[in-house]
Design a protein around this ligand. Sequence first.
Ligand code: PEP
Ligand code: MN
Length: 338
Amino acid sequence: MIIVMNPQASKEELQRVIDRITEAHCKVHLSEGQVRTIIGVIGEKKMIAELPVEAMDGVEKVVAVTESYKLVTREFKQEGTVVDVGGVLVGGDNIVTMAGPCAVESREQLLESARLVKEGGAQFLRGGAYKPRTSPYAFQGLEEKGLEFLAEARAKTGLKIVTEVIDAQSVPTVADCADVLQVGARNMQNFQLLKAVGRINKPVLLKRGMAATLNEWLNAAEYIMNEGNYNVILCERGIRTFEDYTRNTLDLSAVAAVKTISHLPVIVDPSHGTGVWQLVRPMARAAIATGADGLMIEVHPNPAIALSDGKQSLTPKKFSLLMNDVAAIAGVMGRKLA
Ligand code: PEP
Ligand code: MN
């Protein structure tokens, strides 16, 4: 249930409504918008149904949300969420770019990548220290050493760090280094992990599962928000379809759809979305034209020798060309590069 407070409601009236909800053992989520405050009520259906809040002073209306997710919706929060990553804003008028290698492979490879993607116009350095690989014999990542290199790259370039966390127990270790914690496609419904990142005070980038519906994806975001972490960035990265020319089918209609349902910022990863470097630039253009809030792009100093995802990685030079296109399309869309 969502309670919409009157724009003129006083602090005391708001508090009385909150007290009434907590007395009924329901959980309160506050959304304080520019015009009005909205209260999301989470709890047992029966308890909520019997809450006599409609007639309370300061309450404008009560809306029953029939969807299984609530906090991610525009009913709960009308204005688009802007996630502040240490001064870099994700959402609003901004277009952000997260770029870097699939995996942190060595100190030299990472520092070189950081320097080059910064030159190309990225605000975030991406790179996996923990890699969820299809084959157990494939490179699994440098783990804690990789996190150290990421922290060094941040210190040297000022880029924000986005890196993947693959299980609940390593959340504190990854959160120590990362500015944004990435939950990967393979873990989108790892509910213990979602709850764990929901309890920390760092933004989370939630990738869409490779066979997840919008409903499942938004419910995964709801898990994080329900634990109190509202700083969630969604990332469309392609889904499995019958088409096998590309690695995945980049679902840009999902971006437009999610923008209508949810207030959360959405970025697009055309690298995993296509699996083919030649397709990354055109799909990046399309993503910005669709209304995405940013891009995640795999860039490697030398894709031919990358330990993972070389085929979909751009050279730094090609990344610069992509960024020129993105700047032009951002302008048409009334947006600016962060
Ligand atoms: C990645 O970003 O390198 C990655 C593994 O992505 P996904 O979870 O989308 O496959
Ligand atoms: Mn990758």
